[in-house]
Design a protein around this ligand. Structure first.
Ligand code: URA
Length: 210
């Protein structure tokens, strides 16, 4: 994966995303779909993980078999909506380390405000996958990645469900070294900083807070 933006056009991803966009989809359905789609996106974002081989015995004979190489990767959730992507990804990558960046968006300025930061050690040795369902203005994603780089991360990927062109552009300017994987590049942001056509407030939809 060398492009800055990868849109995962797999039919299962696109079908599940359509179900998630519908306003009639319940909180329980939304959460389940997010879990499923996060695994499909995780499959894409881990495509280039380094590999090595290990001698094993099959019931038939010995072989050198492929296994993941290097330090365990780190999943970093950008709170709170990022947590909705974690469970599914951890099912697929159970040994991943997990970090949290707490940022909320000031509804007036749309600027990110930090309230929590806890990440795994040795970030410099790991593939770090920062997760947030919505790449909207890009302000909180850029701020989270600033913090991860300050903490030592050098190999960072960003995984989201939906991206707005404005957020992709902002990320590209601030962090051109961080590839983005998403299920859709939507049309635009509205005047309140929401993605259009989007799916509404991802946090509210997954946690049922509205
Ligand atoms: N955050 C959301 O949850 N939804 C948007 O559309 C934009 C930011």
């Amino acid at each position: 994966m060398t492009d800055h933006l990868t849109v995962v056009n797999h039919p299962l991803v696109q079908h599940k995303l359509t179900l998630m966009r519908k306003k009639s989809t319940s909180t329980a359905e939304f959460r389940q779909l997010l879990r499923e789609i996060s695994q499909l996106l995780a499959y894409e974002v881990t495509r280039d993980l380094p590999m090595t081989t290990q001698p094993i015995d099959t019931p038939m004979q010995e072989m050198d078999a492929p296994v993941l190489a290097g330090a365990k990767l780190a999943l970093v959730s950008i709170l709170r909506a990022g947590n909705g992507l974690l469970d599914g990804m951890l099912e697929l990558i159970p040994s991943a380390r997990v970090g949290f960046v707490g940022l909320y968006r000031d509804e007036e300025t749309l600027e990110p405000v930090q309230y929590y930061f806890k990440v795994p050690t040795q970030l410099d040795k790991r593939l770090v996958i920062a997760v947030d369902p919505m790449l909207a203005t890009g302000n909180s994603s850029v701020a989270a990645i600033d913090l991860l780089k300050k903490a030592g991360a050098t190999n960072i990927h960003f995984l989201c469900l939906l991206a707005a062109p404005e957020g992709v552009q902002r990320m590209k300017e601030a962090h051109p070294d961080v590839p983005i994987v998403t299920a859709s590049l939507d049309e635009r942001l509205n005047e309140k900083g929401y993605i259009v056509p989007g799916l509404g407030d991802a946090g509210d939809r997954m946690f049922g807070t509205k």
